[in-house]
Design a protein around this ligand. Structure first.
Ligand code: C6P
Length: 414
């Protein structure tokens, strides 16, 4: 039995696929082949049910009411904070700040930590493979503060140049903000080494975990990261919910990002005192249904096991790389030795957009374009790629459908 077959047995892919109603639908008359998991993953029935149950029987605002519904909703929501804490092995549940998603989490750090600690002439260090969410907030801050945005270069395989990184760390560097896994290249960055090198110089590190949290074990204590951000919708949960993990001491040392209800202790027209962690960073009514459904998504991942998921996705990606290699004229963008289940490629003389539209006619969903990493595309002197991103509910048979589809695309352009 091959490793894939073993994992297939462990995972029971056919059973798993039945948990995701959308996977049984057709698109353009063909069975859906969903390879756009990097953009957003599909949702199991348990997540959909949790949303329905909340709105049908439990709906109330949280942290505000003495009545039963409010108390129940509050505890259902707060249970999820503890689930997230355990999932990433944080020390304390109040180190888990609920946000709208990765983008929101990074903006929180840029504008709360950044406005407090970054001044004229200081430097923010990011990498050449960052998503716009981990570029633009820092750029905005740097303009405001007259600080400098510095960029860690990458090699032609799409790996960070670690020697260059270490050279870029200086007294002026006030934060390092890098992605754990590249959404466009699939590169898995050596984040532990990145963090250790920054810490040697007393520099805090934010890790953008949007593409990592559902593919690999994330242990924030072992990583020793200062901040770690991710989105629920990429981990089989709802949109509009995300997490910022931050070390307690750091979170306590920075001001709230937004003002409003729930984040205060006392308010007079003269002065406001702020609530404790985590509420200090959670102004206004949050996405309560989303938060509760996020808990169901974490339960779902735990029921399979993140290590089992990672092993299966690794096998599937290896298989996909082998099969895609047989496609005439294919050129892979991103060939890192350490990679996740994301494959970006170009076809000879065929625009990624055209390939994406034709594949869609065959029921195959891939992402095409710059994947919100325009500077990275500039680095490779291209305007975009075709990107296939896999999840544990995808199969080798679906990879075969993609490969056949690409042959058809090439035939159409002959
Ligand atoms: N990347 C993709 O197709 P939000 O939108 O806030 O949930 O996540 C933003 C984000 C931040 N960092 C990385 C590494 C990401 O991949 C993403 C989202 C999607 O690649 C949508 S652009």
């Amino acid at each position: 039995m091959t490793a894939v077959a073993q994992h297939k047995n462990v995972l029971d892919i056919e059973k798993i696929r039945k948990d995701f109603p959308i996977l049984s639908r057709k698109v353009n008359g063909k069975p859906l082949v969903y390879f756009d998991n990097g953009a957003s993953s599909q949702k199991p029935q348990s997540v959909i049910d949790a949303t329905n149950k909340y709105y049908s029987y439990e709906n109330a605002n949280i942290h505000r009411g003495v009545h039963t519904l409010s108390q129940e909703a509050t505890s259902a929501y707060e249970v999820v904070r503890e689930k997230v804490r355990a999932f990433i092995n944080a020390d304390k549940s109040h180190e888990i700040i609920f946000t709208k998603g990765t983008t929101d989490s990074i903006n929180l750090v840029a504008f709360s930590f950044g406005r407090t600690h970054i001044n004229e002439g200081d430097e923010v260090l990011i990498s050449a493979m960052e998503h716009h969410s981990n570029i633009v907030p820092w750029q905005m801050l740097c303009v405001e503060k007259k600080a400098k945005l510095k960029v860690i270069p990458i090699n032609d395989d799409g790996e960070l140049m670690m020697d260059e990184y270490k050279k870029l760390l200086s007294k002026k560097t006030k934060i390092v903000a890098v992605t754990h896994i590249s959404n466009s290249l699939g590169t898995v960055n050596p984040v532990k080494e990145i963090i250790a090198a920054a810490h040697e110089k007393g520099i805090p590190v934010l890790i953008d975990g949007a593409q990592a949290i559902h593919h690999t074990t994330v242990d924030v204590k072992d990583l020793d990261c200062d901040f770690y951000s991710f989105s629920a919708h990429k981990m089989y949960g709802p949109t509009g919910v995300g997490v910022l993990y931050g070390k307690e001491e750091l979170l306590n040392s920075i001001p709230p990002y937004q003002g409003g209800g729930d984040m205060i202790k006392t308010v007079t027209f003269e002065k406001t005192t702020y609530n404790e962690l985590p509420h200090k960073f959670e102004a206004g009514t949050p996405n309560i249904a989303g938060g509760i459904a996020f808990g169901a998504a974490i339960d779902y991942i735990n029921s399979i096991g993140i290590e089992t998921i990672a092993a299966y996705e690794h096998e599937l990606t290896e298989y996909a790389l082998q099969q895609l290699n047989t496609v005439p004229g294919i050129k892979f963008i991103g060939k890192a030795k350490e990679r996740a289940s994301v494959i970006s490629f170009l076809l000879d003389n065929i625009h990624p957009y055209d390939a994406g539209v034709i594949l869609d006619k065959m029921g195959i969903a891939v992402r095409t374009g710059h994947h919100c990493t325009q500077p990275l595309m500039d680095r490779f002197k291209i305007s975009g790629t075709v990107r296939a991103s896999f999840s544990f509910y995808n199969t080798k048979e679906e990879v075969d459908v993609l490969v056949k589809g690409l042959h058809k695309v090439i035939d159409m352009f002959k």
